[in-house]
Design a protein around this ligand. Structure first.
Ligand code: WTA
Length: 692
C-alpha cells in the first residue's frame, strides 16, 4: 500500500512558510505592484492574485490548499477515491485504492490505482457530458492554418464522430489491447482518433507529425500497431507537408524489418485539405458507420496509451499510461491549476503528439466538459499577432503555452499583442521548460494586462499530469518558480548520494511515492523503467531535473541534469542526434550538448569529427544538418556544428561533456581540470576552431 509519511517535508515547509500564514488565511493583495521594479533577488518578487480573481477562485486561500494537500498525503486513498467517485465506473475498484512499490530495494517497482474498477475514459469524456445535459455545448473549436478556416463540434457531434471511427476500427479488426499509431496534424480528427481508440480499449500511440519517416518507423517497429492512422497532407505556416508519403516510407522501412504483416495501413483524409496528392481510402468510408458504438469497459489498470519520449540513450522510450488513475489525475490537475469554470474557453497551443496534448488538449479538459480550442497552424502565421487574433475570435479565457513561444513573441514586439483586445483572458499557463523571469513578466504584464495569474506547470511525459504548479488564487506567485506541489505529490530534493536535503537547498528533484497519473512502465522494457527512474536514488522516482527550494518553500526548476535537452519545449536526447550525425558516411564521431538559446531555451550544439582526409566545408555542414532533419525531424536540427579534430576523452574513453558544454557556451575560463584527459591538447584545438 502507499505508505505515506504524515510529516512529509513538504508539509513542514508549507506550514512554516511566511507567505502562507496557516492561521490568517488572508493574503495581502497588491495586484502586482512589485512588477518591473529591480529586486534584490527573484525570490523576493511576489505577485499576488487580484481581489477579483481570488474572490471567484476555486481555491481562494493558502489555507484551503494546505487542508487539501494535507489530506491528499495523509489519506491518499480517501482523497482520490472521493474525486474518482465523480466519474462513471461500471463497477467500483476493490478495497485497495493504491498499491505500489516505489522502492527498488524492496523488489520490483510497480504502481496500481483503482485496480478492479471498471470504466472507460472516452465514456467519461463524452457520454457522461452528453447525458448530463451538456450535449449542445461546444467541445472543440477548430481554427485552420489559414485565416477564415474554422469549424466546431458540440459534445453530441463529437461523440457521434468518435463512435464512427471506433466502429470503423473495430470493423477492420482492431481489438482491445491492440496498438494503433496515430500520425496526424492538429485537426479535430487527432483527438477523435485518440478517443475512438480509448472507446474500444485499443492503445493509441500518437507520433508527433513533425517526426521523420525514420523516427516513425522506429516507433512502429517497437509497438507493432495493427493500424496507422494518418492523412494526406497538412499545411503548417506556408509549408505543405505530405504526411501520407512519410507514412508510406515508414511502413516500407518497417516491412524490411519483417513486421509488415502486423501493420494494416489506412489513409485518412479530412475535409478542408485540398492539396491531395495520394489516393485515400477511408475518408468516405468512416461516415458510413453508425454513430452509436458500444463502449469496451476496461480495468482501471488496462493500458490507455503509449507515448514515446527521449531519454539519455538513443532509443526512444515508450511511456505507458493506464486508464483509471490517469483519468482522475488529469481531470483534477486541469481543474485546479487553471481554476477551471464551466464558462471558460480553453486553448492549449501544444500538439497532441506530445504529452501536453494528451493530458491538456484532450483528456483533462474533456473530462471537465470544457470547450477546447484546437489550432492547426504555426503560432506566428501569417504574423506574430495570430495567437491574439484567435484569443479574441473565440473569447479564450485560459491560454496555455510554452516559454519558447512567449520569448519569440516578446521579441516580435508588444504592438502585435496590444492591437488585440484579449479582455476575455483570465488565466495563463506555461509548460515545457523553465520560464525565465523576464519572459514571465512580459507574459503577465503585456499579454495578460497584469490581470491574469500564470500557472507555470512542471511535469513530464512520465508523470501524466502536473506535479508542481501554482493554484491561481491560492497564493502569491514568484516569476520563474513553479511554486508548490499539486495534491498528493511529495517532491524531495536529494544530493548526489541520494540523501534528502531539507529546507533551502539545491539538488536533484525526486518524488516520494506514487500519484494516480504515474506511468506504469516503459513498453516492453520494465527493466529500463527501473534502471532509469528508480535506481539512481533508491526509494524515489528520479525526474532527471535539477531543482532548488527557496526560503519560502517555493520550487525552482533548473533544467535537465541528464543527457536530455529541451529545445523549444521539445525533449530531445543528445544520443539520438549523435546517432543521426554518425550515420552520415563522412562523420566519424559526434558529441551533442545543449547551449542556452534566447528563444528556444536550449539550442543543439554538435561537435563533429570527420573521417580522416575529409575537409571541412559549408556543404558538408548543411548535409549533416539535413541528415538529422531526415532522421529525427526538423525540430532536432543542430543550431551549430563545431568541427572537432578530436573530442576530449578520459583515459577510459568517456567523452567529458562538461568541457564541451563550457566550450559551446564560450565559458573558456571555466573549463576546470583537463589534466585527466587522455589528450589535453584536444581542448586547445577545439577552442581554435570555435569560430570556424
Ligand atoms: C521540462 C512536458 C521547468 C523538465 C510536460 C521536464 C519544465 C521536461 C517545466 C519534461 C516547467 C516541463 N518548468 N521545466 N514548468 N515543464 N519542464 O516529457 O525538464 O516533454 O523534465 O513533458 O520538460 O518534458 P516532457
Amino acid at each position: 500500500n502507499c505508505s505515506l509519511n504524515t510529516t512529509t517535508n513538504h508539509l513542514r515547509h508549507v506550514e512554516s512558510m511566511a507567505v502562507l500564514p496557516s492561521g490568517a488565511g488572508k493574503i495581502p493583495r497588491l495586484n502586482a505592484v512589485i512588477l518591473g521594479e529591480a529586486l534584490a533577488s527573484e525570490e523576493d518578487d511576489l505577485v499576488f492574485p487580484s481581489d477579483d480573481f481570488a474572490r471567484q477562485a476555486l481555491l481562494p486561500s493558502a489555507q484551503k490548499y494546505l487542508e487539501m494537500y494535507k489530506r491528499s498525503v495523509e489519506d491518499p486513498a480517501g482523497f482520490w477515491s472521493d474525486i474518482a467517485s465523480q466519474f462513471l465506473w461500471k463497477s467500483k475498484w476493490g478495497d485497495t485504492v493504491c498499491s505500489e512499490n516505489f522502492d527498488i530495494r524492496n523488489g520490483n517497482v510497480y504502481v496500481q490505482w483503482f485496480k478492479g474498477g471498471i470504466t472507460n475514459i472516452c465514456y467519461n469524456c463524452l457520454d457522461r457530458n452528453v447525458d448530463s445535459g451538456n450535449g449542445d455545448k461546444i467541445a472543440f473549436h477548430w481554427e485552420g492554418n489559414e485565416r477564415g478556416f474554422h469549424d466546431s463540434l458540440t459534445y453530441t457531434q463529437l461523440l457521434s464522430q468518435v463512435c464512427q471511427v471506433a466502429n470503423y476500427l473495430r470493423d477492420i479488426g482492431v481489438k482491445k489491447g491492440d496498438a494503433v499509431v496515430i500520425y496526424l496534424p492538429m485537426l479535430m480528427e487527432l483527438p477523435i482518433a485518440m478517443l475512438a481508440c480509448a472507446r474500444i480499449g485499443a492503445v493509441h500511440s500518437v507520433v508527433f507529425a513533425g517526426f521523420s519517416a525514420d523516427s516513425l518507423a522506429q516507433r512502429i517497429m517497437d509497438c507493432k500497431p495493427k493500424v496507422v492512422l494518418t492523412c494526406n497532407a497538412v499545411k503548417r505556416g506556408s509549408k505543405v507537408i505530405h504526411l501520407k508519403d512519410i507514412v508510406d516510407a515508414a511502413l516500407s522501412e518497417s516491412a524490411k524489418n519483417g513486421i509488415s504483416s502486423a501493420v494494416l495501413h489506412i489513409a485518412y483524409s479530412f475535409g478542408i485539405l485540398t492539396y491531395k496528392k495520394t489516393p485515400l481510402v477511408s475518408k468516405d468510408v468512416v461516415p458510413t458507420y453508425s454513430t452509436i458504438c458500444e463502449v469496451e469497459w476496461v480495468d482501471a489498470e488496462d493500458p490507455l496509451f503509449l507515448l514515446y519520449t527521449s531519454g539519455s540513450t538513443g532509443k526512444p522510450k515508450g511511456v505507458l499510461h493506464t486508464t483509471g488513475g490517469y483519468m482522475v489525475y488529469t481531470a483534477t490537475t486541469f481543474k485546479y491549476a487553471f481554476d477551471y469554470k464551466p464558462s471558460d474557453i480553453y486553448w492549449c497551443t501544444a500538439d497532441c503528439g506530445w504529452i501536453t496534448g494528451h493530458s491538456y488538449v484532450t483528456y483533462g479538459p474533456l473530462l471537465n466538459g470544457a470547450t477546447v480550442v484546437i489550432y492547426e497552424g504555426a503560432p506566428n502565421y501569417p504574423d506574430p499577432g495570430r495567437c491574439w487574433d484567435i484569443v479574441d475570435k473565440f473569447k479564450v479565457t485560459i491560454f496555455y503555452t510554452a516559454p519558447t513561444l512567449v520569448r519569440s513573441l516578446m521579441r516580435d514586439g508588444d504592438a502585435y499583442v496590444t492591437r488585440y483586445s484579449r479582455k476575455s483572458l483570465r488565466v495563463l499557463g506555461s509548460v515545457g521548460e523553465p520560464i525565465n523571469p523576464s519572459a514571465w513578466r512580459w507574459f503577465f504584464n503585456v499579454v495578460g494586462d497584469s490581470r491574469c495569474p500564470i500557472s507555470d506547470t512542471w511535469w513530464q511525459t512520465e508523470t501524466g499530469g502536473f506535479m508542481i504548479a501554482p493554484l491561481p488564487g491560492a497564493w502569491p506567485q514568484k516569476p520563474g518558480s513553479a511554486t508548490f506541489p499539486f495534491f498528493g505529490v511529495q517532491p524531495v530534493i536529494v544530493d548526489e548520494k541520494g540523501v534528502e536535503i531539507e529546507g533551502e537547498c539545491s539538488g536533484y528533484l525526486c518524488v516520494k511515492s506514487s500519484w494516480p497519473g504515474t506511468f506504469r512502465t516503459l513498453y516492453g522494457d520494465h527493466e529500463r523503467y527501473e534502471t532509469t527512474y528508480f535506481k539512481p536514488f533508491p526509494g524515489y522516482y528520479f525526474s532527471g531535473d535539477g531543482c532548488s527550494r527557496d526560503k519560502d518553500g517555493y520550487y525552482w526548476l533548473t533544467g535537465r541534469v541528464d543527457d536530455v535537452i529541451n529545445v523549444s519545449g521539445h525533449r530531445i536526447g543528445t544520443a539520438e542526434v549523435e546517432s543521426a550525425l554518425v550515420s552520415h558516411p563522412q562523420c566519424a564521431e559526434a558529441a551533442v550538448v545543449g547551449v542556452e538559446h534566447e528563444v528556444k531555451g536550449q539550442g543543439i550544439y554538435a561537435f563533429v569529427t570527420l573521417v580522416d582526409g575529409i575537409p571541412y566545408s559549408e556543404e558538408l555542414r548543411r548535409n549533416l544538418i539535413t541528415t538529422v532533419r531526415n532522421q529525427i525531424g526538423p525540430f532536432a536540427a543542430p543550431d551549430r556544428i563545431h568541427w572537432a579534430p578530436g573530442l576530449p576523452k578520459t583515459r577510459s574513453g568517456k567523452i567529458m561533456r562538461r568541457i564541451l558544454r563550457k566550450i559551446a557556451s564560450r565559458q573558456l575560463d571555466e573549463l576546470g581540470d583537463t589534466s585527466t584527459l587522455a589528450d589535453p591538447g584536444v581542448v586547445d584545438q577545439l577552442i581554435a576552431l570555435a569560430d570556424c
